[in-house]
Design a protein around this ligand. Structure first.
Ligand SMILES: C[S@@+](CC[C@H](N)C(=O)[O-])C[C@H]1O[C@@H](n2cnc3c(N)ncnc32)[C@H](O)[C@@H]1O
Length: 203
């Protein structure tokens, strides 16, 4: 199995007992975290829109990294990467955080994490500043209390948002038979649809 946009490799760590896995990410720092968590996995630095590993897999997975695809062209290029790395009949699974129909504009979510003498409170605010384009913004405010010394860090992520029909249409155009399965949201509400494509066999 190939995971594109593996990040820190948390999702992958639940799959390595059952699958022989290869992982790709744009960020060497994120790959280093995944390597620590998934030592038996082959890791490659690369862009999911353009990487070519020169081999095929039974399955290609993109989890929440799919959210960083900002335009229809990004989706088309990434679907070509999946086609290029799948055997005929292979399975492509994508799980974007949100699709247009489920995006909660103005949504605020907070959570805490604690380790040793450090406590971090995280607030995420999601907005769609221009409903006519395919991008939304998530602003994270981290309030960090380390042994009583408090600092605040703010980080804004721009991510893509597309109607579910755009995902299915572009995957079909790339050569997949597409099936949608509802995906139960996590405690933060993330998760809407699992989009599954089976690469059509050449006759
Ligand atoms: C939210 S993290 C993935 C976390 C992962 N699902 C886990 O369970 O640990 C998203 C990752 O997507 C990667 N990414 C974003 N755009 C990418 C691209 N075009 N090609 C490859 N990786 C990309 C980022 O570098 C980041 O590590």
């Amino acid at each position: 199995m190939l995971e594109l946009g593996v990040g820190g490799g948390h999702n992958l760590s639940h799959l390595t007992a059952d699958f022989e896995c290869t992982a790709v990410d744009l960020s060497p720092d994120m790959l280093a975290l995944s390597q620590g968590l998934n030592p038996g996995v082959e890791h490659h630095v690369g862009d999911m829109r353009s990487i070519r590993l020169g081999k095929t897999f039974d399955a290609v997975l993109i989890h929440d990294a799919a959210s960083y695809l900002l335009t229809e062209q990004d989706l088309q290029e990434t679907f070509q990467t999946a086609v290029n790395h799948l055997r005929p009949g292979g399975v492509f699974t994508v799980a974007p955080d949100w699709v247009e129909e489920t995006f909660p504009d103005g949504w605020v979510y907070t959570w805490d994490r604690q380790q040793g003498d450090m406590e971090v409170n995280i607030e995420e605010v999601m907005v769609d500043p221009d409903p006519d384009d395919t991008q939304v913004e998530s602003t994270y405010t981290y309030t960090i209390n380390k042994g009583g010394k408090i600092t605040v860090e703010v980080d804004t992520h721009v991510t893509g948002i597309f109607p579910i029909n755009t995902w299915t249409r572009l995957m079909e155009e790339a050569g997949f038979s597409v099936e949608l399965r509802p995906l139960s949201p996590n405690e933060g509400g993330y998760g809407s649809w699992l989009i599954i494509g089976v690469l059509e066999e050449l006759i």
